[in-house]
Write a protein that binds this ligand. Structure first.
Ligand code: PLP
Ligand code: ZN
Length: 393
């Protein structure tokens, strides 16, 4: 029995309510074009200690997740990844309380497993049978794997510049892969053209409401792993921003449930200097972000996102949490991968190195104090990026 407390879907921008028992995409009222979020009955009475003896997957928080029937859960063991204290690394900048949440150990090698496990499970609950998405790589691997497990068809569009392993990963799982000379945005445009009758359900970042519900479990886990406290700072490598929005949503839900004190965590967006639309909007004090035209390639494929559909929600999260947005370069990331590996024995993805390099800058600016606690998200494993980084050793 799940006993999900899921009540409805809501547009967090204009407040429009949507029925959860029908397939929904995003808020279409008056061209609002904002992602929808799931809302729950968060009244007290749900004891956080009940999760303690449950399986080590993200489904341990099932009452505050949107899947309503146990048989629809499509699980490959995602979530409950380690929160690793990294004192040697922290010591290099005089910070004793630095942690890495290592998402690279998820079933498909990245945190994308969480969002796609949830979205595919909900698609199964709605009786959908064909799924499509544009991807920077990791979301394609995850979609293909969960569709294989669920017996659904997957149609994946990825940039030609994506490391080969991602294509192989998708194809071996039975997905149909199309490569495009361009960015994830161009992939999305081609997918839209090919999906003429809308026969495939599009699980593009934040264009359906459930990937964020999978990603928010990172926030629940961080709090549980810190004895139901939240860190001073969370640093997140941001493309579409689902995880950033999701972690902040989780902190707010847990406070309402009475599981934690209201979080004072400052959320930080990290982007790469060759594609930084959110950082530019943050620096301009804007509530919306524009499109970054024709970004160059980068070793962090997941950060080459010229336009984030959830731009308003990302910027709202930064504002509400007194957060910050900052860029790093490919050179910084190459350096960060080596530093983390040598000091802590973790081989992180370029995106995971980006957040460490960002922390060093934030400390140098004194935006983060030496004794503050910081969680860095290593969103994926380095093993899929070998061709991007082979020159570093
Ligand atoms: C390893 C990795 N990190 C970060 C991101 C960016 O994630 P989000 O779109 O949730 O901001 C991606 C997206 O592809 C990724 O693959
Ligand atoms: Zn709306």
């Amino acid at each position: 029995m799940i006993n999900s407390r899921f009540t409805h879907l809501e547009c967090p921008y204009c407040g429009e309510i949507y029925n959860k028992d029908q397939v929904q995409t995003y808020c279409t009222k008056d061209d609002c074009n904002t992602p929808l979020v799931a809302r729950y009955d968060l009244s007290p009475g749900l004891d956080k200690n009940m999760v303690k003896f449950r399986k080590s997957t993200m489904w341990r928080y099932k009452e505050v997740l949107p899947v309503e029937k146990e048989e629809n859960i499509v699980c490959l063991g995602e979530g409950m990844t380690p929160l690793l204290h990294v004192p040697k690394l922290g010591e290099t900048i005089g910070m004793p309380n630095v942690y890495i949440k290592d998402e690279g150990v998820n079933p498909t090698g990245s945190f994308k497993s969480r969002g796609l496990s949830m979205a595919i499970s909900k698609a199964k609950e709605y009786g959908l049978t064909a799924i499509s998405l544009p991807t920077a790589g990791n979301a394609g691997s995850a979609t293909s794997a969960y569709c294989a497990k669920a017996g659904m068809d997957a149609y994946v569009y990825m940039p030609e510049a994506t490391p080969l392993v991602f294509q192989m990963d998708c194809k071996i799982m039975g997905a149909k892969v199309t490569t495009i000379d361009g960015t994830i945005k161009d992939c999305g445009a081609q997918l839209k053209k090919d999906n003429v009758d809308g026969q495939w359900f599009d699980v593009s970042t934040l264009k359906e409401p459930y990937r964020i519900e999978g990603k928010k479990t990172m926030g629940y886990e961080i709090a549980e792993q810190m004895e139901w406290k939240t860190p001073d700072v969370v640093v997140y490598p941001t493309g579409g921003g689902t995880g950033l929005i999701g972690i902040w949503k989780a902190f707010k839900e847990m406070a309402e449930l009475g599981w934690i004190e209201p979080a004072k965590t400052r959320m930080v967006v990290v982007q790469v200097d060759i594609c930084d639309p959110i950082v530019q909007a943050f620096e301009a004090g804007s509530d919306t972000a524009g499109i970054y035209e024709n970004p160059d390639v980068t070793i962090a494929n997941g950060l080459r996102v010229p336009a984030a559909f959830g731009h308003r929600l990302i910027l709202m999260t930064l504002k509400e949490s007194n957060g910050y947005a900052i860029t790093v370069s490919d050179e910084d990331m190459r350096n960060g991968i080596k530093e983390i590996a040598k000091n802590e024995g973790i081989f992180v993805s370029p995106e995971g190195a980006a957040v460490w390099e960002a922390l060093k800058k934030l400390r140098a600016m004194d935006w983060v104090k030496a004794d503050e606690s910081v969680v860095l998200l290593n969103t994926g494993s380095a093993y899929k990026y070998i061709e991007n980084i082979e020159g570093i050793v």
